[in-house]
Design a protein around this ligand. Structure first.
Ligand code: GTP
Ligand code: MG
Ligand code: ZN
Length: 284
């Protein structure tokens, strides 16, 4: 009999699989599936019982896979920011681009609303935004509703409250959290594991610091396609291939400070230059 399930944790050569029947199986893998990367946390697999042991026989096709952390089949990423530590919106924009590229829905979560608000009006136009407090529980139900049926991971600077949000979602202090001063004192992240938490009607993965940030492998001239807030105006640029940087009669540049947020545009150009630089070095 074949059992279908999802890999939630990998330790050495053992795979922890939660099955549709609600049980957790500790499995080995068939020899041909043993190489690193063939089975990842997040993979949907088929297992069979053989000589008293559970063996992964097949890995089902993936929607996507990430490198840091190693996880497959991510539906959405909760990008967490807060008033403290001060948000780095260039990081946020990079994560959004990476998410779109990997077919992961980016969602913005503003945590620590009990302290003070963060202005995210530039993002509300094209992203789902949740304003919450992991401390008081305010707004957490909105996230709970959103994540139903999905596999989600979190991204965000250290100390924004990613682990605290998961604890608030689960209603138990499952994950270790730490205050900012202790963190900077040690210069270390509190969270280090790669494990999917089976929350019943969704899966969630805690990550340390900023994941989903690694090398954006995008040609600078294609970056424009990842800016959903620019797209409605880009159709009016003089050139079809307008990068919105130096071209004449650029409708996007013309909308800056009108319908396009200036910060988003300035960071777009910074990221464009960064990608251009990476490319130039590659072909020098
Ligand atoms: N005031 C307030 N503090 C919060 C809130 N959420 C988290 N904190 C505090 O912020 C600090 C950092 O929280 P963590 O959950 O450890 O942050 P993290 O994003 O998981 O950090 P890393 O694991 O290092 O990436 C802790 O001291 C939390 O108690 C909130 O909603 N309001
Ligand atoms: Mg954490
Ligand atoms: Zn343009």
């Amino acid at each position: 009999m074949t059992i279908k399930g999802k890999v939630v944790k990998v330790i050495a050569s053992r795979f922890f699989v939660t099955a549709d029947n609600g049980k957790m199986y500790v499995c080995f893998a068939r020899k041909k599936l043993k190489n690193f990367g063939i089975i990842l946390t997040g993979d949907y697999v088929e297992i069979v019982k053989e000589a008293g042991e559970f063996v992964i026989e097949k890995v089902l096709p993936r929607r996507n896979s990430l490198i840091r952390p190693y996880v497959a089949n991510v539906d959405a990423a909760l990008i967490v920011i807060a008033s403290v530590p001060e948000p780095d919106f260039l990081l946020v924009d990079k994560v959004i681009v990476n998410c779109i590229k990997e077919d992961i829905e980016p969602v913005l979560v503003i945590n620590k609303e009990d302290l003070s608000d963060v202005d995210v009006s530039a993002y509300e136009k094209f992203l789902t935004v949740f304003k919450v407090s992991a401390l008081t529980g305010a707004g957490i139900d909105g996230i709970k509703e959103y994540v139903k049926g999905k596999t989600v991971c979190l991204a965000g600077q250290s100390a924004v409250g990613k682990s605290s949000i998961i604890n608030a979602l689960l209603g138990v202090s499952l994950l270790k959290t730490d205050n900012i001063s202790e963190k900077s004192g040690r210069g270390k992240h509190t969270t280090r594991v790669t494990e999917l938490i089976d929350a019943g009607d969704y899966y969630i993965m805690d990550t340390c610091g900023f994941s989903l940030l690694d090398p954006i492998d995008i040609h600078p001239h294609e970056l424009r396609l990842y800016y959903e807030d620019f797209l409605p105006y880009a159709v009016n640029c003089r050139y079809n291939s307008c990068t919105h940087t130096v071209e004449p009669e650029c409708a996007v540049r013309n909308e800056v400070r009108k319908n396009i947020d200036e910060g988003r545009y300035i960071r777009y150009k910074a990221l464009f230059d960064e990608l251009d630089e990476i490319r130039r070095k590659k072909y020098e």
